[in-house]
Structures are given as structure tokens and as C-alpha cells.
Design a binder for this molecule. Structure first.
Ligand SMILES: Nc1ncnc2c1ncn2[C@@H]1O[C@H](COP(=O)(O)OP(=O)(O)O)[C@@H](O)[C@H]1O
Ligand SMILES: O=P(O)(O)OC[C@H]1O[C@H](OP(=O)(O)OP(=O)(O)O)[C@H](O)[C@@H]1O
Length: 180
């Protein structure tokens, strides 16, 4: 059976990366997609492949990405290699923009959306605590209009307002109901 593409979405600071890390720690069979991003490599965070905007544009034009989009003044891509992972029966996990969910559903045979939520107050606190962006960039991220979630997609909603370990357990139980 082909694997599922699990798209983790939600506002900046909600805990998408933390939840993905927790899920991969509990499920060694889960493949975490290494995204291609034009964000400076020294900013750290997730394990991503940095490329310049011009290289990104060339790779996108050459058909290197299963999905790609722009957000926060950056370009993000999901390399085509994920198709092989799915074809081999492995589930793959990646953080996507809510704006490309419809395209993701058109691209992958079995898409599951993991929608992570928390209150705006919690988001502001977590972004400050993470420290990857400066104050004005944090304000911009918090003020960004909330993208519309497409309807009709298989969606699991995880409220990550409480302890991370609880969210990881809830997500694992929802994704692997017979196996947790
Ligand atoms: N459930 C949680 N409780 C407390 N802090 C959390 C929780 N989830 C994530 N964090 C922290 O919030 C900050 C933002 O999390 P991150 O995973 O980078 O969010 P995102 O990828 O959605 O922007 C990080 O400092 C992270 O350690
Ligand atoms: O259209 P949206 O659903 O709002 O998502 C826009 C972008 O925000 C996140 O970026 P990034 O991982 O750089 O930031 P984050 O970790 O702060 O969410 C996510 O990965 C998308 O690329």
C-alpha cells in the first residue's frame, strides 16, 4: 500500500516543527521531508536545504518540486523525491502552507492534513521564546491574515495549547489508531 502524505499546517509558532519532531521520535517509520527553503542557513530550526532565490527558481522551473510556494518573503519547496518514499509505502510528513493544501490533494493520492491550533496569545509567547525572528518579523507573522482551509480534505485537528507530549500522543493516536 502506498504511504500517506501528512501535511502539518497552522500559524507560525503553534508548534508544527515541535510536533513533527515528537511524532518522528515515536514513529521511526515516518519519513520527515527535508524542505528546500531560501531562508539563511544560520537561522537554524528544522533541518532544511538552503538555496538562493535564483537557484530555487531554476529548480522550480526544472520541475524539481512536487509542491512549492512563497510565504514570509521566502520560497519553500517539497522535493519530488517524496513521491518515491510514498510509492515505497512509507508515510511522509512535511510542514506546508495552508494555501497549497488543495494543490497537495491534487498531487498526492492520500493526503492527510494535521491542523495544529493554539490561541493568538500563546502564538505570540512561543514566537518570542523561539527567537528565530526579530520583533517586527514576529509582529508581521502574527498579523498575517489567516489562510482559508479548504473543505473536504481528511483533516485531524490538534489543539497544541497544552503540553507538547499530549499533542504528540493525540496526533499519533489519530494517525495510527490501531497501532498506538
Ligand atoms: N505544546 C507546547 N508547549 C510549550 N511550548 C511549545 C509547545 N509546542 C511548541 N512549543 C515551543 O514554541 C516555539 C514554536 O514552536 P515551533 O515548533 O517552532 O512552531 P512552528 O513550527 O509552528 O512555527 C518553540 O520554542 C517550541 O519549543
Ligand atoms: O500559509 P500559511 O499556512 O500561513 O503558511 C505559510 C508558511 O508558514 C510556515 O513557514 P515557516 O515554517 O517558515 O514558519 P513557522 O515555522 O514560523 O510556521 C509554513 O511552513 C509555510 O511555509
Amino acid at each position: 500500500m502506498a504511504g500517506r502524505f501528512i501535511a502539518v499546517v497552522g500559524p507560525s509558532g503553534v508548534g508544527k516543527d515541535s510536533l513533527m519532531e515528537g511524532l518522528c521520535a515515536t514513529r521511526s517509520d515516518l519519513h520527515r521531508v527535508r524542505r528546500v527553503i531560501t531562508r539563511s542557513p544560520e537561522l537554524g530550526g528544522e533541518n532544511y536545504e538552503y538555496v538562493s532565490e535564483s537557484l530555487f527558481a531554476a529548480r522550480a522551473a526544472g520541475g524539481d518540486f512536487a509542491l512549492h510556494w512563497k510565504a514570509h518573503g521566502l520560497s519553500y519547496g517539497i522535493p519530488n523525491a517524496v513521491r518515491e518514499v510514498l510509492a515505497n509505502g512509507q508515510d511522509a510528513l512535511a510542514n506546508l502552507s495552508r494555501g497549497v493544501l488543495q494543490a497537495a490533494d491534487d498531487t498526492f493520492d492520500d493526503l492527510i492534513v494535521l491542523h495544529v491550533t493554539a490561541s493568538p496569545k500563546i502564538l505570540a509567547r512561543r514566537l518570542a521564546q523561539r527567537g528565530r525572528e526579530r520583533g517586527h518579523e514576529i509582529d508581521r507573522r502574527l498579523a498575517r491574515p489567516k489562510p482559508v482551509m479548504p473543505v473536504g480534505l481528511k483533516t485531524i485537528t490538534i489543539d497544541n495549547s497544552g503540553p507538547l507530549a499530549e499533542s504528540v500522543l493525540a496526533a499519533a493516536a489519530a494517525l495510527y489508531p490501531a497501532r498506538v
